[in-house]
Design a protein. Structure first.
Length: 218
């Protein structure tokens, strides 16, 4: 089964779907030299509808900067007009007729999303992400109480000597950040933006079940 990964970045989400058994094609406006599968550089909203509809399923991770809490909290940062793409992307996915997943941060205007956390999958990050799915997905509980103190994987670089910016254990090296995220092929900067593959592998296995049921019914 083929899955189209829109706004694919360096392939965190794509790797999870690959592990769930999908052939993945990624699309992003920017070059993605670390993307581990077939890649097309293109404006997502300019893709031909027939091309989008040719896939069995679609995942999309529109830019999150317009919705993130840091955008509202950091009053010192210059205000920027970040694009709000969730709605136009949703329209494109609905028009394709495919099963789809839209991922974004808490605060994004997703419809009845599920919330996944790194602690659900034994990861070292408590990275919450929302997923809008047009099919049913069963969701485990967060395990914050049972997990070790989380490791922060964001910022311009791993923790430097004397850096006390965060109240959690911040990754001290790239290797530590990669281990916390369950990702071993990305450099630091894309790693800070990535979706842990465990999340989309979890969704992808249920997505395959739905697609296989559709094929049997047909």
């Amino acid at each position: 089964m083929r899955l189209l990964d829109l706004f694919c970045g360096a392939g965190g989400a794509a790797m999870g779907y690959h592990r769930a058994g999908f052939e993945v094609v990624g699309v992003d406006l920017n070059p993605q030299p670390h993307f581990p599968f077939e890649f097309i550089q293109s404006d997502v909203l300019a893709l031909e509808p027939a091309f989008v509809a040719s896939f069995d399923a679609i995942h999309a991770s529109p830019p999150c900067q317009a919705y993130t809490g840091m955008q509202r909290i950091n009053t010192r940062a210059p205000k920027r007009d970040h694009p709000k793409l969730v709605e136009p992307v949703r329209e494109k996915l609905i028009a394709s007729g495919a099963l789809y997943v839209i991922e974004n941060v808490p605060g994004a205007p997703l419809i009845d999303p599920i919330t996944l956390c790194g602690s659900m999958f034994g990861l070292g990050v408590r990275r919450h992400r929302l997923f809008e799915c047009n099919f049913m997905v069963m969701v485990p509980q967060c395990r914050h109480a049972q997990s070790a103190r989380p490791i922060a994987v964001y910022g311009d670089h791993p923790q430097q000597p004397g850096d006390k910016t965060y109240r959690v254990n911040r990754a001290r090296t790239l290797a530590e950040g990669q281990e916390a995220m369950g990702i071993d092929w990305m450099p630091w900067r894309p790693l800070t933006q990535a979706i842990p593959p465990a999340m989309t592998e979890f969704i992808g296995k249920q997505l395959r079940t739905h697609l296989e049921a559709e094929r049997l019914a047909a």
